[in-house]
Design a protein. Structure first.
Length: 414
């Protein structure tokens, strides 16, 4: 983003004019070197948080205790963090205490991997004391300093290492890998939510299976604070994750629950424990239920009505996702669902009614027209009307619907 880069450079220039140091650091320097899109630009400086807040007009004290101030320049946001070291690692987690230091080198030294410990100055020069650029070029993940110590300080780094290896298709350097395997049980100190965040990035990347294999190989997966059914019931599905889109994210996670052998009910306690939101769990659940519905009808009733009623129950987005999921299912399941897969998209495209909101009549209208009192029959009738109009068997006009309603209502009386 050239606009963001430009503002970042004026931010650095301002710091330097005021007599301080300022560098781009961390993920943005790494991503730029890799020619990957840069989402946010982090800046390190020897100015204290208070000084940063005096220098810039628009600031937010985001993480002032950790030295981080958000600076807004022409609408672009930057996290400006005072050079610091971290100490007092209690429980192998992110430290409570940070100490500000005067030296960029000290700040780079606390960072996890060599590729994340590169600073770039305003003139484009690099400060790269741990040869991160070399490791980047060779595709190597290597801890800064002694890997055993670094994982002991903060066990999340093990998972970050696997995540980076997976997303970038990089190799974990042998000493770093050995330390990771050796220290793996420390991962139990890391909260489920932070594990989930790393897993989400890994699964959304281009080589999710590589990450899953590393989690299994290192046995990190069995020490994590979240439970995963092991071994997976259908491991071959995990190898297909990269063959379906990364967005919407629920798509790949649905394939994971299928691989683990969890149905739409069984997956709920797991999703909860993995700290996914209810909204996300709901998306996965709808896709699983749509799949289960189609599968249940597959051998005797794989017709348009069944498909349309599933679309109405689980939503058109879910139906679209099911079409994307189908190609990576096992051959056997694909065969059973071939008819739905072949026609589903067309049936979906032809639909223009997806819920009662799209129907030209509501419950009040029906009661008035039939001069009847409400009851369970009303919901049933409305559902019939919805299905019939959605399937094109009934015109979506008040007239046609009322005529149909009268017929059905009378039938019910007799
Ligand atoms: P992403 O692409 O996920 O944002 P990132 O490397 O930018 O990757 P962030 O969590 O944004 O990750 O962290 C920014 C920087 O802070 C990292 O590049 C690294 O230098 C440092 N860092 C982050 N987490 C840790 C950690 N657990 N231990 C040491 N350094 C860390
Ligand atoms: Mg980042």
């Amino acid at each position: 983003d050239p606009q963001m880069a430009e503002q970042g450079i004026s931010l650095l220039r301002r710091l330097i004019e005021q007599g301080y140091e300022g560098y781009f650091v961390g993920g943005c320097v790494r991503d730029e070197l890799m020619e990957r899109p840069v989402n946010d630009m982090d800046i390190a400086t020897n100015a204290t948080p208070e000084q940063v807040m005096t220098i810039f007009e628009h600031t937010i004290p985001t993480g002032i205790a950790h030295g981080t101030i958000t600076v807004i320049m022409n609408g672009e946001q930057f996290e400006v963090t005072t050079y610091r070291t971290e100490s007092d690692y209690t429980d192998h987690r992110h430290p409570e205490q940070v100490q500000f230091v005067s030296d960029l080198y000290e700040d780079l030294r606390r960072r996890d991997f060599t590729m994340n410990a590169i600073a770039r100055g305003i003139d484009g020069s690099y400060v790269d004391p741990f040869h991160g650029r070399e490791d980047l070029e060779q595709g190597i993940i290597r801890c800064v300093g002694d890997p055993e110590e670094r994982f002991e300080e903060d066990a999340l780094r093990m998972l970050r290492g696997i995540r980076f290896s997976s997303v970038f298709n990089f190799t974990i350097e042998p000493a770093t890998w050995q330390a990771l395997v050796h220290r793996r049980s420390l991962i139990r100190y890391i909260a489920a939510e932070r594990i989930r965040v790393e897993m989400e990035k890994m699964i959304a990347g281009p080589y999710p299976f590589k990450g899953i294999q590393l989690l299994q190989e290192s046995e990190l997966v069995s020490d994590m604070k979240i439970s995963v059914p092991c071994p997976p019931e259908q491991p071959e599905l995990l190898n297909r994750l990269a063959d379906i889109p990364a967005v919407p994210v629920s798509l790949r996670w649905t394939l994971i629950t299928m691989a683990l052998g969890l149905d739409s009910e069984q997956m709920k306690p797991y999703m909860k424990e993995w700290t996914f939101s209810n909204a996300f769990m709901d998306q996965v659940s709808r896709l699983l239920r749509m799949h289960e519905r189609l599968l249940a009808a597959a051998d005797h009733n794989a017709n348009r009505e069944v498909y349309i009623s599933a679309v109405i129950d689980y939503g058109r987005e879910t139906a679209g996702q099911w079409q994307q999921l189908y190609p990576v299912l096992t051959d056997n399941v694909q065969q059973q669902l071939a008819s739905f897969a072949a026609h589903g998209q067309q049936w979906l495209d032809e639909m223009n009614i997806f819920g009662m909101g799209d129907v030209q009549i509501n419950g009040q209208d029906l009661l008035a027209a039939l001069q009847a009192k409400g009851g369970p029959w009303l919901g049933k009738l409305m559902n019939e009307i919805l299905l019939a109009t959605a399937a094109g068997q009934l015109d979506n006009t008040r007239e046609a619907i009322l005529e149909y309603a009268h017929q059905q209502y009378e039938k019910r009386d007799n």
